[in-house]
Design a protein around this ligand. Structure first.
Ligand code: THU
Length: 162
């Protein structure tokens, strides 16, 4: 037996003004997408913006349902829209933010396990890391170089090989 540990590395910015221009613009697109959330049950509006290698940005927001599990997170709304509209185009980055419906304060948000799995799938599909830009509360922004960092020991297509 031996012990194994994993370390997670990411960058923390004190304000979005410190971000690279491309990341800042992508985060602004995610903020704008919170306006399109359909979240009558939680009141928690999530916005996501996916950057493609062509420079095109695809936005998404959470879509809730009275049958709760039928709803979908903002990240997967945006990722599935991007991958279905542009199946041959590599996904380069995803920005994610959230706010309660009655305030503009950007909250700390981190993709759920299912969304991490979907991002990791597209990293595998396009053989390219997906940078994640996440609001971290108090105006701070977290940047993570790839989705697999948030999903150690993931299940992927390699597990299905005989
Ligand atoms: N939600 C997202 O859209 N993305 C996340 O990363 C976390 C949670 C949504 C799902 C649901 O509509 C609401 O936020 C509360 O969980």
């Amino acid at each position: 037996m031996h012990n194994v540990s994993h370390e997670i590395r990411y960058k923390m910015y004190d304000t979005s003004a410190e971000l690279e221009i491309q990341d800042r613009e992508l985060l602004e697109a995610a903020v704008a997408a919170t306006d399109t959330a359909y979240a009558p049950y939680s009141g928690f509006h999530v916005g996501a913006a996916v950057l493609l290698e062509t420079g095109e940005v695809v936005q998404g927001s959470n879509q809730e349902n009275a049958a709760y599990p039928s709803g979908l997170c903002a990240e997967r709304v945006a990722l599935f829209a991007a991958a279905s509209q542009h199946p041959e185009t590599t996904i380069k980055a995803v920005a994610i933010t959230a706010c309660f419906h009655d305030t503009d304060e950007l909250l700390s948000v981190s993709p759920c396990g299912d969304c991490r799995q979907v991002m990791a799938e597209y990293e595998h599909r396009y053989q390219s890391p997906i940078r994640m830009i996440l609001t971290a509360g108090g105006g701070k922004v977290m940047v993570i170089d790839d989705a697999k960092t948030l999903l150690p020991l993931m299940f992927n297509a390699d597990n299905l090989k005989r």
